[in-house]
Design a binder for this molecule. Structure first.
Ligand code: SF4
Length: 425
């Protein structure tokens, strides 16, 4: 018998996943795509699985197979907010036609976009980061709870995919590529045989369709994916990169020592622009009054940029409860030091309505108040009072450790507050 120290160490989780993928490949990798789909979706050979689809040029094949095996298959579509309108229409039409009942359009985090891509032009200056925010991060969130995901990748699409296997590991999931060995001819035959509609842009010469700013028609004998990120040294969006070129996640806040916004311990550049109650909205993230939100709700909600809400002291919030998830931040005004109404509104937002966006204190904000404001849920502060600014810049933020009343933050131990009022467990 091996002594404990002589036993081989168990493989790390990543290695175990790679071994499992290799086993699945050895056992099922040569099966026809339809059989792989049935084994994966009906028999669960890879665990809980989702299909990730771009609803692109050839997506109908795999979606058709998924619908045949199980119409309730979770289908994840990464809605980058940069797609061709034709893609969004095609997604809806195809899903309805195939009877797919669980198509999930997953959007990028609006807060991340507000910081890193407020103008929506990051694709031009840093496409890796743009893809990371608009695709990689949303996919990671969407795949939480799934053991495996299915992709439509094929070897013929690009020289970078020539060694693609049906089963592989991405380090965290089993990845399944049932069409790995398919050719363009097989795709065309399948679409024809099953009378499946192609993406409308294929008629205009687009053979691989991604986001509008990063997709072009291709000419001659180029790879089908040659029209993606034309003119750039970029071939993948990042959701399929593990050991390849790394993608970056540089979202540090930009410092702005002269600006009023103090957040996470530093003065930062404010990406939001206050909009007046009328007139043209500024580009990028805006902050609007309640009156303007109510007057222009449809237009504002449809904007492809974050929206913040400014509430005057005492303005009601309950009548906006259904809209709160649309706001990336809510700014509450303190018209004077002695006006505490915004404290109550902040607690209502955090505790009653579960608002999780940025809660910003604006108006007459002094450094002495910040500890109390934090207790009721504020996490950003506009500070123009000069002595307060100097104190904050120097890292002097008064802390108050003992409290009479419960609040939204973790409570000090019982016995440290004379009235012993307790926050509900
Ligand atoms: S494909 Fe282009 S627009 Fe779409 S996420 Fe990537 S860089 Fe951004």
């Amino acid at each position: 018998m091996l002594r404990l120290e002589e036993r081989p160490a168990p493989p790390p989780a990543e290695d175990a996943l790679a071994q499992r993928a290799a086993l699945l490949e050895a056992r099922y990798g040569d099966l026809p795509a339809q059989e792989v789909m049935e084994l994966v979706l009906r028999e669960g050979i890879a665990g809980r699985v989702a299909l990730v689809s771009s609803f692109g040029a050839e997506s109908a094949v795999l979606l058709h197979m998924a619908a045949a095996a199980d119409p309730a298959t979770p289908v994840i579509f990464l809605d980058t907010h940069k797609h061709f309108p034709e893609t969004l229409s095609y997604r809806d039409e195809l899903a309805a036609r195939l009877g797919l009942t669980d198509v999930r359009s997953v959007a990028p985090d609006r807060g991340r976009l507000a910081v890193a891509d407020p103008e929506g032009r990051l694709f031009a200056s840093d496409p890796d980061l743009c893809c990371h925010i608009r695709k990689v991060e949303p996919l990671a969130r969407a795949l939480a709870g799934f053991a495996a995901w299915i992709t439509g990748r094929k070897r013929f699409q690009a020289h970078t995919r020539r060694r693609l296997t049906v089963f592989e590991s991405d380090g965290a999931h089993i990845k399944i590529n049932p069409l790995a060995s398919w050719t363009a001819g097989m795709i065309a035959d399948y679409l024809r045989t099953h009378d499946l509609p192609r993406h409308p842009l294929t008629r205009q010469g687009y053979l691989s369709i991604g986001c509008l700013p990063c997709t072009d028609r291709i000419a001659g004998a180029q790879d089908a994916r040659a029209g993606r990120w034309p003119g750039r040294d970029k071939t993948e969006c990042g959701i399929h990169l593990v050991n390849g070129r790394s993608v970056r996640a540089r979202l540090e806040a930009e410092p702005d020592p002269d600006g009023p916004l103090w957040k996470a311990g530093a003065f930062q550049r404010d990406v939001f622009t206050p909009a007046g109650d009328a007139g043209e909205l500024p580009a990028g993230p805006v902050i609007v009054s309640k009156a303007r939100w109510l007057a222009e709700r449809a237009n504002l909600a449809g904007r492809n940029a974050p929206v913040g809400l400014l509430l005057a002291a005492g303005e009601r919030i309950d009548d906006l409860a259904a809209d709160l998830s649309r706001f990336d931040l809510i700014a509450l005004d303190f018209p004077k030091f002695s006006d505490g109404r915004a404290f109550s509104t902040a607690r209502l937002l955090r505790e009653k309505h579960g608002f999780t966006g940025e809660l910003r204190a604006v108006g007459n904000v002094l450094s002495d108040q910040i500890a109390f404001m934090r207790r009721v849920g504020f996490d950003a502060f506009e500070v123009s009072h000069a002595p307060s600014r100097r104190a904050l810049a120097a890292g002097r933020v008064p802390e108050v450790t003992l409290h009479y009343q419960p609040a939204t933050r973790p409570e000090p131990p019982a016995g440290t507050r004379p009235w012993l009022r307790r926050a509900p467990d």
